[in-house]
Design a protein around this ligand. Structure first.
Ligand SMILES: *Cc1c(COP(=O)(O)O)cnc(C)c1O
Length: 362
């Protein structure tokens, strides 16, 4: 068994993918080109947003969005203690200061109740992450942002098509960023990313900035963060299947939760009321996490810890002086979380094998 089987997904749409790749080579449209333009349109349409600006990866998308929002040296940006480092490293790259906030006990996402105490007169924005495929508590976050005149960038790298009270994630903030890294819910066969926004100013700046600040006349210095034609052609095939794949992930998650919710040692992922979780990862909590992990490994069941420490406790952030006492929830989660196999092509037999193995090891 694999943790994620990307080859199984490829085989399910092999002919279409092979044709898309061959066509890209035939037309030599390797960087940007018609497939990229088509993907930007397709993705904007899927997300019900006005603009999609593609770029090289999901990390760049966050950086570009902050440049578009005019972040300046010394500005502070509040983000979650529990995420992949892209969310916070880009704040520093864009010239800002990272301010971490602890997470909610049940949902792994930034705790709105703690955001206001982190706001200073230098705070410019908030980056909530819809972690593991579930929306952060956007009503509360947007209310705080409005009250304090802050922008919001939604990091949707793990949450394609997740919803919050009927709204798609990525449509609620000033801008939203996506990753199409191969293992993400919508994944290319290499690096790829995009930002979406309804704001014309953000879209216009981002498209220029990501492509050297313009072509015939460079209006500014930018960066080189382009989507390549091959990845766009592949994504144009896969985007047709994302809704079905998402439903399969949700069905698999429901089977896991049904099987595991009465196992005393295990806490299954909670779904926020009136929201759709898209289960990029299915993350359980177990006190004896490391013991369970090695017993599963002995049975050939791979697991991953996403992520082993709260962001502020990595060496990279020692300079901020944070301790586990400052992030009690994220720390407790980091010590007990375990991601088990989750992808659309998992079979019922595999899901039951994993669930039974967990139930019998405890
Ligand atoms: C994957 C990911 C990113 C970055 O995406 P890349 O395409 O790998 O650069 C950003 N934020 C989160 C939460 C992610 O999971």
């Amino acid at each position: 068994m694999q943790f994620v089987d990307l080859y199984a997904q490829y085989l399910s749409i092999k002919d279409e993918i092979d044709t898309a790749i061959a066509d890209t080579i035939k037309h030599s449209s390797f960087v940007r080109g018609p497939s990229v333009e088509a993907f930007e349109e397709n993705f904007a349409q899927l997300m019900d947003t006005k603009h999609c600006v593609s770029c090289a990866n999901g990390t760049d998308a966050i950086y570009i969005a902050m440049k578009a929002l005019g972040l300046e040296t010394g500005d502070e940006v509040i983000t979650t203690a529990h995420s992949w480092i892209s969310t916070s490293e880009t704040i520093t790259q864009a010239g800002g200061k990272v301010v971490f906030c602890d997470t909610e006990p049940d949902y792994f996402t930034i705790d709105p109740a703690q955001i206001e105490s982190k706001i200073t007169d230098k705070t410019k924005g908030i980056i909530p992450v819809h972690l593991y495929g579930q929306s952060a508590d956007m009503d509360a976050i947007l209310a705080i942002a409005k009250k304090h005149n802050l922008w919001v960038i939604e990091d949707c790298a793990q949450a394609h098509l997740a919803t919050y009270k009927g709204r798609k994630v990525g449509t609620m903030g000033d801008a939203a960023t996506f990753s199409f890294y191969p293992g993400k819910n919508l994944g290319a066969m290499g690096d790829a990313g995009a930002l979406i926004t309804n704001r014309d100013d953000i879209a216009e700046f981002s498209a220029l900035f990501a492509r050297h600040g313009g072509k015939n006349n460079h209006l500014m210095e930018g960066i080189n963060s382009r989507l390549d034609g091959m990845q766009a052609a592949i994504l144009n095939v896969k985007i047709k299947y994302i809704e079905g794949w998402t439903r399969l992930r949700q069905q698999h998650a429901a089977v896991y939760s049904q099987r595991l919710s009465n196992v005393a040692a295990v806490t299954v992922p909670q779904i926020r009321e009136a929201c759709e979780h898209v289960f990029h990862l299915y993350v359980i909590r177990v006190d004896d996490r490391d013991g369970l992990r090695s017993r599963l490994s002995e049975q050939g069941i791979p697991t991953v810890i996403n992520y082993p420490r709260p962001l502020p406790l990595y060496d990279a952030y020692q300079y901020l002086g944070g301790t586990s006492a400052d992030y009690p929830v994220a720390t407790q989660h980091a010590n007990t979380i375990l991601s088990i196999p989750m992808y659309a092509e998992l079979t019922e037999a595999e899901i039951l094998q994993v669930a039974n193995a967990i139930a019998s090891c405890k």
